[in-house]
Design a protein around this ligand. Structure first.
Ligand code: C2E
Ligand code: CA
Ligand code: CA
Ligand code: CA
Length: 279
């Protein structure tokens, strides 16, 4: 057993070192990305189903890597969470997003921006909520200029730290959206316990919507339940007119997806949603 243990040790050491080195490289890369402004935000509209108007936008991060071009968050957010870099990145996302909101406001368009947050940010003392609120105040923006998208797992945690931050957002008027609803641990009791403003039905339920699908029954049930709790519902990943119609018939409040627009850079977003801003 002892020699086997030793063998394991010898076998695993180089792998561990490689992983550690790869991690160091990535952390370094992400630091450089922040310092050299390689990140940018894309914006995707969230549409009000009652009249087809723009309700708000979701900000989605992109990494413009000098060697690899535009990198999807799917390829670096997990690593950024793993290494703690998500805290600095998340602080950047917040500042960038509210600066964009301030620009739009100066141009006469008041738009709420919804930003994605990681549970790691909620657990970290380096993600200083008061600093976020001070930034809003300095730009003369209300808390309601921003919504934070959180995941179901965060509500399950419910540590005092997480709870305090959620309450802090609510007290500041920042809205809270529950992202990817239905994919995590089903935490229906937490919906009642925390003051959630929006619930976002995950795109996996929207993808195969048709009049006879069980996904339609699921969407309907989620919407009824949410409304009973005073929560508004956003459907994600709306790609077709039929999906939109079924969601509207099911009572869904808002929709987001390629049917309306892909996530686009701010300048493109302005062309699409406020023609008066285009010279
Ligand atoms: P998410 O928050 O669920 O964002 C929705 C994702 O679905 C986005 O992918 C968006 O481009 C994509 N999408 C939107 N409409 C459609 C559609 O009609 N069909 C399909 N197939 N996809 C659609 P994206 O931008 O690659 O982001 C992936 C994930 O990365 C996000 O999922 C979010 O969890 C995370 N993420 C993005 N930006 C940030 C950020 O700033 N901070 C953190 N912590 N996570 C982020
Ligand atoms: Ca989201
Ligand atoms: Ca989502
Ligand atoms: Ca509320």
């Amino acid at each position: 057993a002892k020699s086997q243990g030793r063998n394991n040790y010898h076998y695993f050491t180089p792998v561990m070192e490689m992983a550690a080195q790869k991690r160091r490289l990535l952390v370094n890369d992400l630091r450089i990305a922040l310092a050299e402004q390689q990140f940018c935000l894309y914006y995707q509209p969230i549409i009000d189903f009652s009249d087809g108007s723009l309700h708000k936008v979701e900000a989605l991060i992109r990494w413009n890597h000098p060697g690899h071009g535009l990198v999807s968050p799917k390829d670096f957010i997990l690593a950024a969470e793993d290494t703690g870099m998500i805290v600095d990145i998340g602080n950047w996302v917040f500042s960038e997003a509210i600066q964009q909101v301030a620009k739009w406001k100066a141009n006469g368009q008041s738009i709420q921006v919804s930003i994605n947050t990681s549970p790691v940010q909620f657990r970290s003392d380096d993600c200083d909520q008061d600093n976020w609120f001070a930034q809003l105040a300095a730009m003369r923006l209300d808390g309601s200029s921003v919504a934070v998208e959180i995941t179901e797992g965060l509500l399950m945690e419910a540590s005092t730290q997480v709870r305090d931050k959620l309450l802090g957002f609510r007290d500041a008027g920042v809205e809270v959206s529950l992202d990817d609803f239905g994919t995590g641990y089903s935490s229906l009791s937490y919906l009642k316990q925390f003051d959630i403003d929006y619930l976002k039905i995950d795109q996996s339920f929207v993808r195969n919507l048709d009049p006879s699908s069980s996904d339609l029954a699921l969407c309907e049930a989620i919407i009824v339940m949410a409304h009973k709790l005073g929560i508004k519902v956003i459907a994600e990943g709306v790609e077709t007119e039929q999906q939109k119609q079924l969601l509207i018939e099911a009572g869904c409040d808002f929709g987001q997806g390629y049917l309306f627009s892909k996530p686009v850079p701010a300048a493109r977003f302005e062309q699409l949603f406020n023609p008066t801003l285009v010279n």
